[in-house]
Design a binder for this molecule. Structure first.
Ligand code: SF4
Length: 510
């Protein structure tokens, strides 16, 4: 284990720069511990203040009010800059995702995007033009400070005082907006301490392989391909893979996710998810005249085939897995009269069979390998002639990700697993790391990283479940870099080259 970080001095070395006295008062009132420097309004004052950021600050926050450019922003909303734009320059900002999460959980509405910096107040058509170019808010100072303060993370935190419908030159509305902005700025300043405690250098060790497996890539390609070929809407039964980001992205392209087939119009195209379906669901699709595209992972389909074979041969089948998981429901449905599901070695004692010499086991594809081996051992003690699959049901992707996470656990202060709560293989990665003696946590995305997870950590292990896309891992690395310098290394335990063919009724898109 690496030496833990010393966190105590960090809040003391945070510098908060504000243009106006009212903004400085809001920050001081929310964060009396902070070093707050008021430098005056506009570019000239901002440029003169640049020396403030060049001392030993661990981070600089430019805090104050801003005008909204995006119609969805309301007075009191917080804007964290992804970049600062001016007429002649663009300055990249430290990734503010972890701060955004802290502020959101603290009850604030937070938006992240480009802030345009203008030397004068921007009204009407000029605001709309800046919005069309992608900026979400406008201020009059930040880029002139940020262009010079590069030695430490710099965050621009602005609070909307006037929205696109209530601009500054409407005094009464502007006054109520300013009050909302003052309160939000004070609240945001109060929450800065949590973030400042996390500032510092970190080492990130990436597990490899990680993130999307071949079955997930295939399933997502199927939905994309169907949308490209047939146009929206394309219906998908259940989440195509267990990841909310993937689902949202496909929804934006025109996929409609349904829980059951009775939500799909007669004759429409429906895609079955990577987790597979039972024969009863296939039959129902036929009765409803649906045009089916099957995105069941071939490795899940293999377990279905084994279930049918053992059932045909008169075996009682013990399916090791989690009852209620879609994959288990689908496999169970192949021979419901012959299959019983157990999740742990302790449940072996409850298994009931007709003939103890004709018992077979199969497993969910995403289980923890070590736990599953214990269950199989216990089954074999009870049923010495236990039959099993020709090759492991726990798939290559699950095994590789678990081997990689074990390697991380031996050398990191914490392992972060990127994945959704309902992702079985991601949950198993957390458990494997914990069993190897390392604290671990499942995070949906960078904003989901709570300060308690990073407090006192220097070396962070990072991986992602088989249903999570790699860009979410990149987002977490970026977010950690927003707290201070980050070094990145990788522990590779296997190389994956597997790629599955698409079904004949859909073409690969791109
Ligand atoms: S985790 Fe394994 S079984 Fe599941 S979709 Fe990926 S490759 Fe297929």
């Amino acid at each position: 284990m690496s030496a833990l970080l010393e966190t105590a001095p960090r809040t003391r070395s945070l510098v908060v720069l504000t243009p106006m006295g009212v903004e400085a008062r809001a920050v001081r009132s929310g964060a009396p511990w902070a070093r707050v420097e008021q430098f005056g309004v506009g570019p000239r004052n901002a440029e003169r203040s640049a020396w403030l950021a060049q001392d030993s600050a661990s981070a600089v926050v430019i805090a104050g009010f801003a005008g909204a450019l995006d119609d969805s922003l309301e007075p009191g909303d917080v804007v964290l800059a992804s970049e600062l734009r001016s007429a002649d320059d663009t300055v990249e900002c430290a990734n503010p995702a972890i701060l955004a999460g802290i502020l959101r959980r603290g009850g604030l509405r937070v938006h992240t995007g480009p802030i345009h910096c203008s030397p004068r107040i921007v009204h009407g058509a000029a605001r709309r033009e800046l919005a069309q170019r992608g900026a979400i808010a406008v201020d009059m100072e930040s880029s002139w400070i940020a262009g010079r303060a590069t030695a430490c993370p710099l965050v621009t935190l602005r609070v909307v005082s006037d929205s696109t419908s209530h601009e500054l030159y409407r005094p009464i509305r502007a006054a109520s907006g300013a009050l909302a902005a003052y309160r939000s700025l004070r609240r945001a300043a109060g929450l800065l301490e949590e973030w400042a405690e996390l500032l510092g250098e970190r080492d990130v060790v990436l597990g490899a392989p990680r993130a999307s497996c071949a079955g997930v890539v295939r399933a997502v390609d199927i939905v994309r391909g169907a949308l490209a070929e047939r146009g929206a809407p394309i219906y998908v039964r259940k989440q195509i893979v267990h990841n909310v980001h993937v689902v949202r992205e496909l929804e934006a392209l025109g996929a409609v996710f349904v829980e059951e087939l009775d939500e799909v119009p007669h004759g429409a195209t429906v895609i079955f998810s990577a987790h597979g379906v039972s024969p009863a669901v296939r039959a129902e699709a036929g009765e409803r005249g649906l045009d089916v595209i099957d995105a069941t992972c071939p490795l899940v389909a293999k377990v279905h085939a084994e279930t049918r074979r053992f059932a045909r041969e008169g075996f009682d089948i013990v399916l090791i897995g989690h009852e209620g998981h879609e994959e288990v429901d689908g496999t169970l449905g192949e021979a419901p009269e012959r299959v019983q599901v157990i999740a742990s070695a302790e449940e072996v004692v409850n298994v009931e069979v007709d003939d103890p010499t004709r018992v077979a086991y199969l497993t969910q594809t995403t289980l923890a390998v070590d736990e599953t081996n214990r269950v199989v051992e216990r089954l074999r003690e009870r049923f010495p002639l236990l039959a099993g699959p020709a090759s492991d049901d726990i798939c290559y992707a699950t095994q590789n990700r678990q081997d990689a996470v074990r390697a991380l656990a031996g050398e990191c202060d914490i392992v972060l697993v990127v994945g959704s709560q309902n992702s079985s293989n991601s949950q198993r990665l957390v458990e494997v790391a914990e069993r190897a003696g390392c604290p671990a946590a499942l995070v949906e995305h960078a904003e989901d990283i709570r300060p308690a997870l990073l407090a006192g950590t220097r070396r962070i292990g990072l991986t992602a479940g088989a249903s999570a896309p790699e860009e979410l891992v990149e987002g977490v690395v970026g977010a950690l870099a927003g707290l201070g310098p980050v070094t990145c290394a990788q522990r590779t335990v296997a190389t994956e080259t597997i790629r599955f063919k698409l079904p004949p009724n859909v073409a690969r898109n791109g």
